[in-house]
Design a protein around this ligand. Structure first.
Ligand SMILES: [Zn+2]
Ligand SMILES: [Zn+2]
Length: 327
């Protein structure tokens, strides 16, 4: 197999040839056909997340086909089209797993962070955390659904059902969730970096009723807002844009420090919450919605060996939609 491997945070990924891995009991091997590049991969590569497995193969938006099964593969068989998400394994017995909050498991494994991921020709996955995908659709187009879509969906649920929804940072997740929110009949207000006219036009093409700079007040108060950009200064900006009782959801795994702000912008029962990871149930719900909402992803494919370029294009904000690696 071939993989793009991170030896140490802060370094470039290296192309490595390894013997093909073999699935153990309760595992399958997937031949990767596409793997999306998520902002979380940047946080792993840049050393902003603690204790990654090293060396690590990043990547947790994986689409491919099973090409080998271990014993006890259950519902999974060779040839099936599947998706592998960020949640790679949970313990099943901590208090969070028992309460149906496996996204908060005390002892989890995450794909592309604490177990090898999809910047590779092949990947091993635990059968219980693999999503079956329908036979229809393009693999590159489906890849961003596995995290931008899934975590986006979880963050949208946490935002509540307010009519006016603000999306801060119009990248891979927001471009999917804007389509879901429109399908639900909401008004989408898109916030981009200051002066990002292309990003604002992109948001409007996807149905946003307004698009502007993140330091601008929207024309109407927001019932809820989701912050996808890893920028702490957006927290007070979103609270200022929210109505009384409104809710602001921080959807990223890492964010720069939040500047201090006056209590008055949180007062009046505004709520500030974060989203962590996903549950398998989130995935089942979301993949059921994808065809109904008619979600179309915008992707830029890169050959696997150009993973470093894809990461740097994401870092600099040069991408519209999502980067996807093709082995
Ligand atoms: Zn657990
Ligand atoms: Zn992700």
């Amino acid at each position: 197999m071939r993989a793009m491997v991170l030896e140490r945070p802060g370094e470039l990924l290296n192309l490595v040839e390894r013997p093909d891995p073999l699935p153990s009991d309760g595992e399958v091997r997937v031949r990767v056909s596409a793997c999306g590049v998520c902002r979380t991969d940047l946080h792993v590569v840049d050393g902003e997340l603690p204790n990654p497995k090293l060396p690590i193969v990043p990547g947790h938006e994986i689409v491919g086909r099973i090409d080998q099964v271990g014993r006890n593969a259950g519902r999974l068989a060779i040839g099936m089209r599947v998706g592998i998400p960020w949640l790679g394994q949970t313990c099943g017995h901590c208090r969070f797993c028992r309460e149906g909050k496996e996204n908060l498991c005390d002892n989890p494994k995450f794909t592309g962070y604490t177990r090898d991921g999809g910047y590779a020709s092949h990947v091993i996955a635990d059968v219980a955390y693999v999503f079956s995908l329908s036979e229809t659709g393009d693999d590159v187009a489906a890849a961003p659904l596995l995290c931008a879509g899934l975590i986006g969906w979880r963050s949208l649920k946490l935002a509540g059902d307010g009519k006016n929804i603000g999306l801060y940072g119009f990248g891979a997740a927001a471009h999917i969730i804007a389509q879901v929110a429109r399908w639900q009949g909401r008004n989408v207000f898109a916030f981009t970096r200051s002066g990002d006219a292309a990003g604002q036009a992109f948001a409007k093409r996807l149905g946003a009723c307004w698009a502007g700079n993140s330091d601008e007040p929207p024309p109407e108060q927001l019932d809820c807002a989701i912050i996808y950009a890893p920028v702490g200064a957006l927290v007070p900006a979103a609270l200022r844009a929210a109505r009384k009782g409104g809710r602001v959801v921080c959807a990223g795994i890492h964010m720069s420090d939040i500047p201090s702000f006056p209590y008055s912008i949180l007062w009046e029962e505004r709520e500030l919450v974060s989203v962590a990871n996903l549950t398998r149930r989130d995935g089942e719900e979301f993949f059921e919605i994808v065809p109904r909402a008619g979600i179309v992803t915008q992707t830029t494919p890169y050959p696997l060996v150009r993973a470093n370029d894809a990461l740097s294009d994401l870092r600099s904000g040069r991408l519209e939609g999502a980067a996807v690696l093709v082995p």
